[in-house]
Design a protein around this ligand. Structure first.
Ligand code: ZN
Ligand code: ZN
Length: 125
């Protein structure tokens, strides 16, 4: 599919600069000149290319820049929404385990988990 590379760069740069994750609506409103439907199109393309990963915050999809990461999986804390970079060796073991069941994680998939901090809070309840 053809799309505007300048808009794509703007979207990716904005995500990268944000440090954390952003929703498509928030991205579109910050960018101003890129429409929401273009933002969605760019994000799903970037997701297939492994530049961004998607997670859920409540019912909203949150997109995070992970373009500089390649050989590991990502998780999203279901409590605070933090993006978690999973150690490469651990990621490899998870992938290998899934493979024994004939399973493979989708491109850009995020594992829903509790980050160490939230995990400690839960345990302390
Ligand atoms: Zn957390
Ligand atoms: Zn990463």
């Amino acid at each position: 599919m053809e799309y505007d590379t300048r808009q794509k760069k703007e979207v990716i740069d904005m995500l990268r600069a944000s440090g954390g994750g952003l929703g498509a609506r928030e991205l579109a409103s910050r960018l101003g000149d890129v429409g929401l439907s273009s933002v969605y199109r760019i994000l799903s393309q970037a997701c297939r290319e492994g530049l961004v990963a998607v997670s859920m915050r409540g019912r909203e999809r949150i997109w995070s820049y992970v373009g500089s990461c390649s050989h590991h999986l990502h998780g999203c804390c279901s409590s605070c929404g933090a993006l978690v970079h999973i150690d490469e060796a651990v990621s490899g073991r998870i992938a290998a385990l899934l493979e024994t069941e004939g399973l493979r994680l989708s491109e850009g998939a995020m594992i829903s988990l509790l980050c160490p901090e939230c995990s400690r809070k839960e345990a302390g309840k």
